[in-house]
Design a protein around this ligand. Structure first.
Ligand SMILES: [Zn+2]
Length: 324
C-alpha cells in the first residue's frame, strides 16, 4: 500500500497516556519543586544548558551499563535474546535476525540531529542521559510482551512507545513492521518525545503540544507532506462534524487518535509565527509555567483565541471550546 493511499492509522504514536504510565511506574521520585532554569540566550548557550540535570551524578559509561543491565533483565523476563547495537546517540537492543537489515539504523543519528536542529539546538549536542535506548522487536507480539513484562503496560493500538523516566532515561520500544517508511516516521516522532522530555527540565509539556511537536518533527523530516496534510484534514473534519472544539483535546488524558492532526496543525501554526517565539513558549513551560500562562506570555493569546485562530485556518469561524 502506498503512502498516499494509506489511511492514517493513528495507531502510531507513543502515546502520552502510555508515557505517563511509564513515569508513574518509574521508581525515581517525581521532582517536588519546580526546576528553576536560568534565562539563556538560545543562540549562545553552552550545549549542556539544554539538558536537564540528572538527579544523581552519573557518567555515560555508568548510564550505558545500567541500560545494558535493564536489557538483560528484559531478555530474561521475556525469554528473547537481544543483541546490542550502538550508534553515536542510541543504544539499540533487538532480536531482528542478523541477516535482516534494520532499515532506520543508519539514519538514527541523522534523525536525532535533524530534530535537535529543528529546535535550534547545537548539532553536536547529546541531550540524553548516556544514550537513548531503542528496543526493536521482531514481532508485534514480542513488543506487547516486553511492555507487559517490563512496564505492566497493556498495548492496545500503540505501535511504539517512548518511556520517559523522571530519572532521566528515555527508552523507545517498537517492532519491525512491514511499512519501513512508517517505522521511520515513528522513530522520528518517538525521538522527538524523548528530546522534549530531556530538554531543559523534567516539566511536562501538555499532551496536545507534545504530540503536535512530535508530529511536526516527523513531518519536517519527510520529503512527502501529503500524509500529514491528509491527517490534518481528517482531524479538521472530525472537529467540523462536532461543531465545537472538544475540551478533552487540552486534557492530560483522553487524547484520542483523531486529535493528532489538529495537534499538528496548531503546533505548525504556532511555529509558522517564528521558531524563536515557539522555543520561548516551550522554555516557559519547561521553567514551570502552565501552558496557558506560557501561551499568554509568548503570544498574548488565551486557549480560546488559539482555538478560534485554528478554526479560521479550517474555515470554521467562531470555533469555541466545549466540554463533551
Ligand atoms: Zn506521540
Amino acid at each position: 500500500m502506498t503512502k498516499n493511499n494509506r489511511v492514517p492509522s493513528f495507531l502510531v504514536h507513543c502515546l502520552l497516556i502510555a508515557s505517563f504510565f511509564a513515569i508513574a511506574s518509574c521508581t525515581a521520585p517525581r521532582p517536588k519543586k519546580p526546576y528553576t532554569i536560568p534565562p539563556i540566550n538560545v543562540a549562545s548557550a553552552a550545549p549542556e544548558s539544554y539538558a536537564w540535570p540528572n538527579a544523581t551524578a552519573s557518567n555515560a559509561i555508568t548510564d550505558l551499563n545500567q541500560e545494558i543491565n535493564f536489557s538483560q533483565s528484559a531478555a530474561s523476563r521475556i525469554q528473547l535474546p537481544l543483541r546490542k547495537i550502538e550508534t553515536k546517540y542510541f543504544i539499540l537492543f533487538t532480536n531482528v535476525p542478523e541477516d535482516q537489515s534494520i532499515d532506520f539504523l543508519s539514519d538514527l543519528d541523522q534523525m536525532y540531529t535533524n530534530v535537535i536542529e529543528l529546535l535550534n539546538m547545537p548539532p553536536q549536542l547529546n541531550i540524553w542521559k548516556g544514550k537513548a535506548a531503542v528496543y526493536l522487536f521482531n514481532t508485534r507480539e514480542q513488543f506487547i510482551r516486553f511492555e507487559k513484562n517490563m512496564y505492566n503496560n497493556t498495548i492496545t493500538f500503540q505501535a511504539a512507545i517512548c518511556h520517559q523516566h523522571y530519572s532521566g532515561e528515555v527508552r523507545i520500544a517498537t517492532y519491525n513492521m512491514k511499512d519501513k517508511e512508517y517505522l521511520h516516521q515513528l522513530m522520528v516522532h518517538e525521538a522527538a518525545h524523548g528530546i522534549i522530555h530531556r530538554y531543559r527540565s523534567p516539566h511536562r509539556i501538555p499532551t496536545w503540544l507534545n504530540e503536535g511537536l512530535a508530529e511536526w518533527a516527523a513531518m519536517s523530516t519527510q520529503q512527502d507532506q501529503s500524509y500529514y496534510t491528509f491527517k490534518k484534514r481528517l482531524s479538521a473534519k472530525f472537529i467540523a462534524n462536532k461543531e465545537h472544539f472538544p475540551k478533552t483535546f487540552f486534557g492530560p488524558s483522553d487524547f484520542i487518535p483523531e486529535y493528532y492532526g489538529t495537534a499538528l496543525a496548531i503546533t505548525d501554526m504556532l511555529i509558522a509565527q517564528g521558531k524563536t517565539d515557539f522555543i520561548r513558549f516551550i522554555d516557559h513551560i519547561k521553567s514551570g509555567k502552565s501552558w496557558q500562562n506560557a501561551l499568554n506570555t509568548t503570544y498574548g493569546m488565551t486557549p480560546s483565541a488559539l482555538v478560534a485562530a485554528y478554526g479560521n485556518t479550517i474555515d470554521l469561524t467562531s470555533l469555541t471550546i466545549k466540554a463533551e
